[in-house]
Design a protein. Structure first.
Length: 237
């Protein structure tokens, strides 16, 4: 399998499930067997995940990527043995970092929820072909802090929503629920924060609000999402 197919979600899930280290072997740069040069993408992903690990308190040495060819058995043996020694010295995940039981999983769970957003927000940087001298500082600590702490939330304002169904139809992950004449609701756990909903909401409604640095308010409870048009309110009065 091409190393470019290794997603950051795979790496985070491995650590969340208790793996003490993750090793990724890849072809040498510019020697891709395909036309995708996925090893460049994998390297960028590793650089990003290492910075994220450091931000949440995990030792980034627990993740390693090694370039090698299929004929370089000696490189494979030496690099894996070296990595195994590093992981043995570090011990079980969280121990050397001073994290208590369950803390590693909770920290990673928060990041895992943002994987889709991170890939969208950093798409341009993740798709670049870097030279080795560009690795250091490609992703900065401030950049990672902003990425994780200022992830947006999108909320549909109940008093503005007209149940036109456009956002629900266009959401790429079906995170918006609603029916005709009912306020639409964004499932915050499923939302990937792509911003499609705010882009497609008709300007005459402008019902979607982007929130940064704070969670979205709870939606109206079921049974209280009916939309009553002004003309109907006048008739009722």
């Amino acid at each position: 399998m091409c190393s470019g197919r290794v997603d950051m979600a795979h790496v985070l899930r491995a650590f969340s499930n208790g793996m003490d280290g993750v090793f990724i072997g890849a072809c040498h740069l510019n020697e891709c067997n395909y036309i995708t040069h996925g090893n460049f993408l994998a390297k960028n992903m590793v650089l990003l995940v290492k910075k994220i690990m450091a931000h949440v308190g995990l030792n980034p040495d627990r993740l390693r990527m090694q370039f090698m060819s299929g004929a370089e058995a000696n490189v494979f043996v030496a690099s894996t043995n070296s990595f195994i020694k590093t992981i043995k010295d570090l011990g079980p995940i969280g121990n050397s970092e001073g994290l208590v039981d369950g803390e590693v999983r909770s920290k990673l769970a928060r990041v895992e929820k943002l994987v889709s957003y991170i890939k969208i927000a950093k798409k341009e940087k993740l798709n670049r072909r870097l030279n080795p001298e560009e690795y250091e500082g490609y992703f900065t600590e401030d950049e990672i802090a902003q990425l994780l702490n200022e992830a947006p939330a999108y909320y549909i304002e109940p008093d503005k929503c007209q149940a036109c169904m456009i956002c629900a139809r266009r959401c790429p992950v079906d995170a918006i629920t609603g029916a005709k004449r009912e306020v639409h609701v964004i499932d915050q756990d499923k939302c990937i924060k792509c911003g499609t909903c705010i882009d497609v909401c008709p300007t005459k409604f402008s019902a979607v609000t982007k929130m940064v640095g704070r969670p979205a308010p709870p939606p109206p409870p079921e049974g209280k999402r009916a939309i009553v048009k002004k003309s109907e309110e006048k008739e009722a009065a």
